[in-house]
Design a protein. Structure first.
Length: 316
C-alpha cells in the first residue's frame, strides 16, 4: 500500500523514525521489501535522479508495482530523493510517486523558498507532499560535491521561517552528517541541539536526516579483505538514530550502507567462486543479506514491529 511520507510521519513522530532506503535495481527492491516485511516495518522507497537514469524511471516504477503485489502487506511511500524542480514536476505528473524532495539547498535562502513554494503548490494540488532542504551537508550526491569547509549546519530561526513561508511538509536539516562512505575524519558527533531548537520553534514539524549511513567497520574490513580499497571509511553512530527520532527526526536516509552490502557480497562471492559466471547465485545472496541489513536498521530506528498498527491507522 502506497501512502505519503506525511501519513507515516504522523504515526512515527517522536516515537521512532522511518527508514528511507534508495533502490536502483530488482535485487535491491526484493531485499528491501523482504527486510521490511521480516521486521514488520513501514518504510520509504527513495528514488534518486541517478536511479531514474540508471535503467529507466519506468523500470523502477514497474518493479515497485510488482513488489507491492508480491508483498501485499507492505506499507510504504514512494519518494523522489534530491529532486530538481523539473524532476519534481515529472514525478508529480507521473501519478505514481507519493512524495518528492525539492533540493534547492545550494540556492540562496530566498530562491530556495521560492523554488520550494512552486513545487509545494504543484504537489499539493495532486495530493503529494514535499520534503525540502535547508543548510548544506558535506559529501557527494550524484553530480554535486560539497567540500567539508562549504558544508554548514541549518540555522534554526531560518528553518522556522523557511517552513512557514515555503509550505513544505518536512525539512531535511544539516546537523553534521554527510553523504557517502567518508563522513568524518574525527569524532562522529551530531548537532542534536539544532533539531531541538527547530522543534522549539516549530513543534510537531517532521525533520529529516540525510547522510545517515553507519558504514559498519566490519563491512569495510570484509570489502578490503576481498580486494576492495575503502581506507578511512566512517559513518554515523547508528545508536544515535533512536535518540534523533525521539527529538522529532521522522525520516532517516540510508543508501551508502546498502551499496557496501552489495560490494561485500559480490567481492567475496567472486573471490571464493572464481569459476562462477552466473550472476544469480550471488544476486540471491545479496537479496538475503540486504533484507537482513534492512531489518537490523529498522530495529535501530525503532520502526520494526509497527507495520500492523500503521496499516490499520492508514487503511484507505
Ligand atoms: O544522496 C544521495 C543518494 O545516496 C543517492 O545517490 O544520486 O548516486 O543515486 P545517487
Ligand atoms: P548516505 O550516503 O549516508 O547513505 O545518505 C543517503 C542519503 O542521504 C540519500 O538522500
Ligand atoms: Zn541525501
Amino acid at each position: 500500500m502506497i501512502v505519503t511520507t506525511k501519513e507515516l510521519f504522523a504515526q512515527a513522530y517522536k516515537n521512532y523514525a522511518i527508514g528511507a532506503y534508495n533502490i536502483n535495481n530488482a535485487e535491491q527492491t526484493m531485499g528491501l521489501f523482504k527486510g521490511n516485511m521480516d521486521s514488520k516495518a513501514p518504510f520509504i522507497i527513495q528514488i534518486s535522479k541517478g536511479a531514474r537514469k540508471y535503467t529507466d524511471k519506468l523500470m523502477l516504477e514497474g518493479m515497485i508495482r510488482a513488489a507491492d503485489e508480491i508483498f501485499p502487506d507492505a506499507v510504504f511511500a514512494v519518494h523522489l530523493d534530491h529532486g530538481d524542480e523539473q524532476t519534481c514536476y515529472d514525478c508529480i505528473d507521473s501519478g505514481f510517486y507519493s512524495s518528492v524532495m525539492i533540493d534547492a539547498s545550494s540556492l540562496p535562502f530566498e530562491e530556495n523558498i521560492a523554488t520550494t513554494k512552486r513545487v509545494v503548490e504543484a504537489a499539493h494540488a495532486k495530493g503529494l507532499v514535499v520534503e525540502a532542504e535547508l543548510g548544506q551537508l558535506g559529501g557527494v550526491e550524484e553530480d554535486v560535491k560539497v567540500d567539508e569547509d562549504k558544508a554548514h549546519l541549518t540555522d534554526p530561526a531560518q528553518a522556522a521561517e523557511f517552513i512557514e513561508r515555503s509550505g513544505c511538509d518536512s525539512l531535511a536539516c544539516a546537523i553534521g552528517t554527510s553523504h557517502g562512505a567518508f563522513k568524518f575524519s574525527g569524532s562522529q558527533g551530531l548537532h542534536f541541539e539544532v533539531v531541538e531548537a527547530i522543534q522549539k520553534l516549530v513543534p510537531g514539524f517532521p525533520l529529516v536526516l540525510h547522510g545517515s549511513s553507519s558504514v559498519p567497520q566490519e563491512e569495510v574490513e570484509r570489502i578490503n579483505a576481498a580486494g576492495g580499497s575503502l581506507k578511512g571509511a566512517k559513518g554515523v553512530d547508528a545508536t544515535q538514530y533512536l535518540p534523533a527520532a525521539k527529538l522529532g527526526v521522522c525520516k532517516i536516509n540510508i543508501d551508502t550502507d546498502g551499496r557496501l552490502v552489495w560490494t561485500r557480497v559480490h567481492r567475496e562471492y567472486m573471490k571464493e567462486h572464481p569459476e562462477v559466471f552466473d550472476f544469480r547465485p550471488m544476486g540471491k545472496v545479496f537479496i538475503e543479506e540486504y533484507a537482513k541489513f534492512i531489518a537490523s536498521r529498522n530495529e535501530l530506528l525503532g520502526s520494526a514491529g509497527h507495520l500492523d498498527e500503521v496499516r490499520e491507522a492508514l487503511k484507505k
